[in-house]
Design a binder for this molecule. Structure first.
Ligand SMILES: [Mn+2]
Length: 427
């Protein structure tokens, strides 16, 4: 199903007076601070975040999964769902596919459907953390790191197939995340596991076209609980450097131990020109896959503060980043959840764009610690929601996407079309 443009315009008309009043008030404040509102609106409008194909169904934990009705049963439905999110938010112009959960049956038809919805194909994701029915070797004891050469070869070949599939769709990157690791001390020879992984990643890297990138994601624990082969950004960076100039580190917010200073990691990686992509989510304890910005909005702002600085001061030649939401939780309608995440991302981005960088640089140089905090928090505490809404409205989206989604009864329509008991492929 598609969002009816007339209904969307009607919805915006109801909200327009209030919105104009709030936006007008903010514009006056920004003008006084000599901030160019139109510049910020333009930057917000071009900022697009990919939706992963696995986030559109009900997520789950290892204890259970609760369906909610109208889930997308196949890739076509998933693209429709991203199309709905994009129509309402104008900020989700791409889908990131997970292989083998979302192998297109008819590539041309899928490309057409995506094009109609204004959706492109972001990085493709391989999967060597599960065994598939038809595969020869098991990944129980690892994939690219495995002691058995046959297993490593199978895992490399899978990644090469994913690249081929991505090429037919128009993707320009592959993301490799490995569940490889150990749950018991002594289980691995750490050095050999690392060497096997580096050699296998080099094989995969050889398979990417010249205009592609390879992103190497890291995670400190889970599903293995004693060691992970790629536990942190240092290991990822070293492996990326061992592959070549088109290999990069990918930072996933949830893939850090509690209280890790993620903004500092982002700053250093960008300075070195090696930050490839970013996965958004939020967490209280670990990789909880919660809605972006719902627990730690200040951390999200501080990360964006470094991202914006990195984009504006790009002497390391860092390429444009691949932005994706990587969350899949149990309790909310995933489309509402994703729209809330997109809103949180744009709010943090807009706030980071408001930081008075010249004043901050002076305060930093003069070691005026109080002033540094005042400058950052002044930006963070500005209510930029009317600005984000205005950018979205001007692009043709809803002033308030979640309210519009509910008022239009989108979920009810999806259940009517797809049924109550349908289960999305994937997690
Ligand atoms: Mn991720």
């Amino acid at each position: 199903m598609n969002i009816n443009k007339t209904h969307l315009q009607d919805f915006n008309k109801q909200r327009l007076t209030d919105h104009k009043e709030q936006f007008g008030f903010l514009s006056i404040q920004l003008d006084k601070a000599q901030i160019n509102t139109n510049d910020i609106i333009q930057q917000l409008q071009t900022f697009q975040v990919a939706i992963p194909s696995w986030a559109l169904g009900a997520g789950g934990t290892r204890f259970g999964r609760f369906s909610f009705g109208g889930e997308p049963a196949n890739l076509e439905d998933k693209i429709d769902d991203v199309g709905i999110i994009h129509a309402l938010t104008q900020s989700a112009g791409a889908i990131s596919l997970h292989i083998p959960w979302d192998i297109p049956n008819d590539t041309e038809a899928i490309k057409q459907k995506a094009a109609i919805n204004g959706i492109g194909f972001d990085a493709v994701n391989s999967n060597t953390f599960q065994d598939q029915n038809d595969q020869q070797h098991s990944y129980k004891f690892g994939s690219l790191c495995h002691t058995d050469k046959g297993v490593r070869k199978q895992a490399v070949e899978h990644n090469l197939q994913v690249i081929e599939m991505g090429k037919t769709l128009g993707s320009k990157a592959i993301t490799v995340w490995l569940a490889d690791g150990t749950s018991f001390p002594g289980q691995h020879n750490f050095r050999k596991a690392h060497q096997n992984t580096q050699a296998a990643l080099q094989e995969i890297y050889k398979g990417i076209p010249d205009d592609w990138k390879m992103y190497i994601e890291y995670k400190p624990y889970e599903p293995n609980f004693y060691s992970m082969v790629i536990p942190d950004w240092g290991t990822s960076l070293s492996l990326a450097e061992g592959c070549g100039e088109n290999a990069f580190t990918l930072v996933d917010l949830g893939h850090h131990l509690p209280n890790t200073n993620i903004e500092q990691i982002v700053a250093i990686l960008m300075m070195k020109g090696k930050l490839g992509g970013f996965h958004f989510n939020d967490s209280k304890y670990g990789d909880d896959d919660l809605t972006v910005g719902n627990v730690k909005p200040y951390q999200l702002f501080l990360i964006f503060n470094e991202l914006v600085y990195g984009m504006q001061n790009n002497e390391g030649g860092n390429p444009p980043l691949a932005w994706m939401i990587d969350a899949s939780h149990n309790l909310k309608d995933p489309l509402e959840d994703l729209m809330q995440s997109l809103e949180a991302i744009r709010i943090a981005y807009a706030q980071a764009l408001l930081v008075d960088r010249a004043a901050l640089e002076i305060a930093q140089t003069e070691n005026d610690v109080t002033r540094c905090q005042e400058i950052l928090q002044r930006a963070f505490r500005t209510d930029v929601r009317p600005l984000v809404a205005e950018a979205r409205r001007l692009s043709g989206g809803a002033i308030n996407p979640v309210d519009a989604y509910r008022q239009m009864g989108v979920r009810k329509q999806l259940i009517g079309k797809r049924g109550v008991n349908v289960v999305a492929t994937g997690l």
